[in-house]
Design a protein around this ligand. Structure first.
Ligand code: THU
Length: 126
């Protein structure tokens, strides 16, 4: 699975975003070791704080299906369908990635590949 293939799956997932309040669509495609991919979109709620980000949707889908070893996640987001500008994951999603992934976990955005260590160098851990 190439970075571009994962980004395309993320863009497809962004098309399913439920974002009637912000109008900002986000899609994520999570690559598990072994090759399985779980996709997710943001799912908003009229009680705004209950919104779930695309990344966490994908991760929670995977974990709930018994997959906890992850290699990479591709993320796209935009308000107008143009995914050329990078959509960086929020701190909450980075912290959830950190629960399951090491610092070398790859975070693929439209500006290239990053790592969890790069985007959240000092993170909470028990
Ligand atoms: N959002 C995500 O899906 N992922 C992030 O990492 C940050 C933000 C969503 C939440 C909300 O539905 C919309 O983007 C605007 O904040």
């Amino acid at each position: 699975m190439t970075n571009n293939e994962l980004l395309s799956l993320a863009a497809e997932a962004a098309g399913r975003a439920y974002c009637k309040y912000s109008g900002f669509s986000v899609g994520a495609a999570l690559l598990c070791s072994g090759g399985r991919v779980f996709c997710g979109c943001n799912i908003e709620n009229g009680s705004y704080s209950l919104t779930n980000c695309a990344e966490r949707t994908a991760i929670f889908k995977a974990v709930s299906e018994g997959f906890t070893d992850f290699e990479a996640i591709a993320i796209v987001g935009s308000a107008d369908g143009d995914y050329s500008r990078p959509c960086y994951p929020c701190g909450a999603c980075l912290q959830v990635m950190s629960e399951f992934c090491g610092g070398g976990f790859r975070i693929i955005l439209s500006d290239g590949g990053h790592t969890l260590d790069e985007l959240m160098p000092k993170r909470f851990g028990l």
